[in-house]
Design a protein around this ligand. Structure first.
Ligand code: BG6
Length: 490
């Protein structure tokens, strides 16, 4: 089965931070794959811009290396790579001093193509870059700006950043990336909910017991100590990815699959989250930090050792019991957990339905387990609907808990595009549905800030957990206190 490719209009993508990690690992490989898929119209150009002094030829060689390293061999075609490299140009710029921006303007020339400024740089440069491109008269009607998280480290700094960008670009031109929204299964969650009559009538507190959202990673710091140690798991994962997933599970059906209709509904969810204050934080949140342990590849250092600077109070694990105070969800806990150096890399959403009201089968048939819908984001994307059936064959009525299993890789035999491929093409199309609006980002921080403040006030260290396990025991206690257990991924 092949997927349908609709070409996008010609565009100039100006990539700030073009020699950085994100460009190398994600942006250049994704842009290459979209070309191979036949999605570009001509003339389409990619203009790298960063502080490194390099020529266009040198930049093209960097891009070649990144394709060779991050694109699977069977997707690489020699002629296609050359065609891709020919699209690339490079201009050294310094956002702070403004050096190089006149040259950048010359490189763009009088092109009328869609203009994308992609800021793959730290947030401290967002304002300066936006101002420089504005001052050069480059912010035309067709221009868009893409920013990556972290968008602030609390509500006040997020507002300040949004103001800086907002001076030069209108909200319709701003694309705040949360790459989780570009993941195939995350979109499937919307299809599952709103393209089927089956689930929506049950999607509420009358039928759902609780929801679990797990984003577990096996990796540690991955060379990002400088950023991560200042952020921690709550800012790095919960404020954005986890809350976005929660929104998609909990939102009301939007009237249309239209950017503002969807984002209005997500915003309502964020605004309905019950605040967690200093009094509730010890009961409803868990902070953890990994100690030395083991992974499938051998022994693993503790966070502090990996950091190399001795002690740190930063959390590498968070579990939270969240509540949404509205009619649909009152009384349904949303258990969130995320962490580094956990037992398994798995991201999934579990919708745990209520138990049947009355069991007609009696004890000999075995236990009737409540239905669960498990939406697996990665790895092995797919959806499993766990149901009870009769054990086949003679031997009386015995019940069995089995999954109706839909593994997307097996069923559709198509390569799932990287989230960035879809998101960059959406930027070019000007479709903001999968991007966070300013008020959403700020509403998420409004819920996160009191948790940060409560942790700060308590001065308690993060609870240790052994690398390669499922996090601190307090996370298990958080859910088991309520008579529930974390879903075991298999
Ligand atoms: C990023 C975080 O946003 O998401 C990282 O900053 C994290 O710390 C990453 O590792 C996880 O993304 P994915 O797509 O690998 O699940």
């Amino acid at each position: 089965m092949t997927s349908q490719i609709i070409p996008v209009e010609p565009f100039d993508l100006i990539m700030f931070g073009a020699t950085g990690d994100l460009a190398e690992r994600k942006l250049l490989p994704s842009l290459y794959r979209r070309q191979t898929a036949g999605q570009y119209s001509e003339p389409t150009r990619i203009i790298g811009a960063s502080r490194s002094r390099m020529t266009t030829d040198e930049f093209r060689e960097t891009a070649r290396r990144s394709i060779n390293e991050y694109v699977r061999k069977e997707e690489i075609d020699g002629d296609d790579v050359e065609r891709f490299l020919a699209r690339l140009h490079y201009v050294p710029v310094d956002a702070k001093s403004g050096e190089g921006f006149t040259e950048l303007k010359e490189a763009i020339g009088d092109s009328h193509a869609i203009r994308v400024f992609y800021l793959a740089v730290g947030p401290e440069l967002f304002g300066a870059i936006a101002d420089q491109v504005q001052a050069q008269g480059l912010v035309c009607r067709n221009a868009r700006i893409v920013v990556e998280k972290p968008i602030g480290r609390d509500l006040a700094s997020a507002r300040a950043l949004n103001d800086l960008i907002g001076k030069d670009f209108s909200e319709q031109q701003v694309f705040r990336i949360d790459h989780y929204l570009g993941k195939e299964t995350v979109q499937n969650l919307m299809a599952l909910r709103f393209a089927n009559a089956l689930y929506e009538p049950l999607w509420n507190s009358a039928h759902i017991d609780h929801v679990q959202i797990t984003v577990a990673e096996t990796v540690g710091l991955e060379g990002r100590a400088g950023y991560y140690d200042k952020a921690g798991a709550l800012r790095d994962m919960v404020q954005n990815h986890m809350l976005q997933l929660l929104c998609l599970v909990a939102m009301e059906p939007p009237a249309w699959m239209d950017a503002d209709a969807v984002r209005d509904e997500k915003l309502k969810v964020l605004r309905s989250l019950k605040p967690i204050d200093a009094h509730d934080a010890p009961k409803l949140t868990v902070r953890g930090q990994y100690r030395a342990g083991a992974s499938a590849n051998g022994p693993v250092k503790s966070y502090a050792e990996e950091l190399g600077t001795g002690d740190s109070r930063t959390e590498t694990f968070v579990a939270i019991k969240a509540e949404i105070t509205n009619w649909r969800w009152a009384g349904v806990p949303f258990y969130l957990r995320t962490g580094k150096r956990l037992a398994q890399r798995v991201s999934e959403i579990v919708i745990a339905f209520k138990e049947i009201p009355h069991n007609i089968f009696g004890g000999s048939a075995g236990r009737v387990v409540a239905n669960q819908l498990v939406i697996r984001l990665q790895p092995d994307e797919g959806v499993k609907q766990w149901i009870m059936i009769k054990d086949p064959g003679p031997g009386g009525m015995r019940l069995r808990h089995v999954p109706l299993d839909m593994s997307f890789a097996q069923s559709f035999a198509v390569r799932n595009p990287d989230a960035y491929e879809r998101l960059i093409m959406d930027v070019v199309r000007g479709n903001q549905t999968l991007f966070m609006r300013r008020d959403e980002v700020e509403a998420a921080w409004r819920w996160i800030d009191p948790i940060l403040a409560a942790w700060e006030e308590s001065r308690q260290d993060a609870q240790g957990y052994t690398a390669g396990t499922w996090g601190p025991s307090a996370s298990i206690a958080l859910i088991e206190r309520d008579g529930r257990t974390w879903h075991e991924s298999g």
